[in-house]
Design a protein around this ligand. Structure first.
Ligand code: MEV
Length: 312
């Protein structure tokens, strides 16, 4: 920003939600992970406030979120939002920001990364370089999650299906056909930071066996990528089942997530696993060619599955 210029915001900005197909948690330790963007995760709209000196007010009705951005506010969203706007030289006064989303918050679908990416874009512009937006998003993600691997921010900013290795590479995986997936929220909120700490504890206490499990995660991500490239959906489903087993082994599943995965498989899914940090949040199921029996059966059991097509 030039000298004397007043920081401003663009009128709207968007970011994707995310699902992790394979490799959550292992990605923190440098293993590859596959993840995909959920289009239209979050849209933020900004409007000047009448009082140009009033603190920025951020509201997302769907998340019961209404916070003012000032240093005395200890709400983690306020602190994270100020970190992002600070990085982008954005304003901390005189603006109202309103979010529209269908993503549940704290459910493993990347709501915090969507928020920090969209905020960065409000300040820097929807077309700002992705690398800058990811860096800005990470300033906020560190407030929420400590030392995140960065996968959520990358996917929220880029969308599509990607292969990610922490600190090394992010590569789009071209899809010949859209990948149909079914997300089932368990309605149990959880904290990513707590789940990551749980795995760290297991790694520190049982380093050798955990290292073997991490190697299995890496091999599973490679096999999943091959299955996607070859359009072998039954193979992909089987690998997702195995990855769920590995996530159980590092301690991040829960009885309800295990039960949801079993229910999805029983009702015809090719495979199912928890997605994201676990401990609650959502499962991801790969439906058969006709997803309707799975969706209907899950609805009958009282769940609210969401059908998504991951495309380029
Ligand atoms: C959270 O969406 C993904 C984790 O692997 C944490 C991270 O990568 O920072 C659990």
């Amino acid at each position: 920003m030039g000298p004397g210029m007043k920081p401003t915001l663009h009128s709207s900005a968007r970011a994707c939600g995310k699902i992790i197909v394979t490799g959550e948690h292992a990605v923190v330790y440098g293993c590859p992970a596959l993840a995909a963007g959920l289009p239209d995760g979050l849209t933020l709209h900004a409007e000047p406030l009448e009082d140009s000196r009033a603190p920025v007010r951020l509201t997302v009705e769907a998340w019961d979120l209404d916070v003012e951005l000032h240093p005395g506010n200890e709400h983690p969203v306020a602190a994270a939002a100020m970190a992002v706007l600070g990085f982008c030289d954005g304003p901390l006064q005189g603006w109202g920001i309103r979010g529209e989303t269908r993503l549940p918050s704290r459910a493993g679908l990347g709501s915090s990364a969507a928020l920090t990416v969209a905020l960065a874009r409000l300040a820097a512009g929807q077309d700002a370089p992705v690398g800058t937006i990811v860096e800005a998003s990470l300033c906020g993600e560190r407030v929420f999650h400590g030392e995140p691997s960065g996968i959520d921010s990358e996917v929220a900013a880029r969308g599509g299906l990607v292969r990610f290795v922490r600190g090394r590479s992010i590569e789009p995986i071209p899809l010949r056909n859209p990948l149909p997936l079914c997300i089932v929220p368990s309605n149990q909120p959880r904290s990513t930071a707590d789940q990551v700490a749980k795995v760290r504890h297991r790694y520190d206490r049982w380093t050798k066996p955990t290292r073997h499990i991490l190697d299995a995660f890496s091999a599973a991500s490679e096999a999943a990528e091959n299955a996607i490239n070859g359009n072998k959906l039954n193979d992909l489903g089987e690998i997702m089942d195995m990855v769920h087993g590995l996530l159980v082994a590092v301690g991040v599943s829960s009885p309800i997530l295990d039960a949801l995965c079993s229910a999805a498989r029983e009702h015809g899914a090719r495979g199912a696993k928890l997605t994201g940090a676990g401990g609650g949040g959502c499962i991801l199921a790969l439906p058969a060619d006709d997803p309707n029996p799975l969706l209907t059966a899950l609805r009958t059991e009282g769940w609210a599955p969401l059908s998504v097509d991951v495309a380029l």
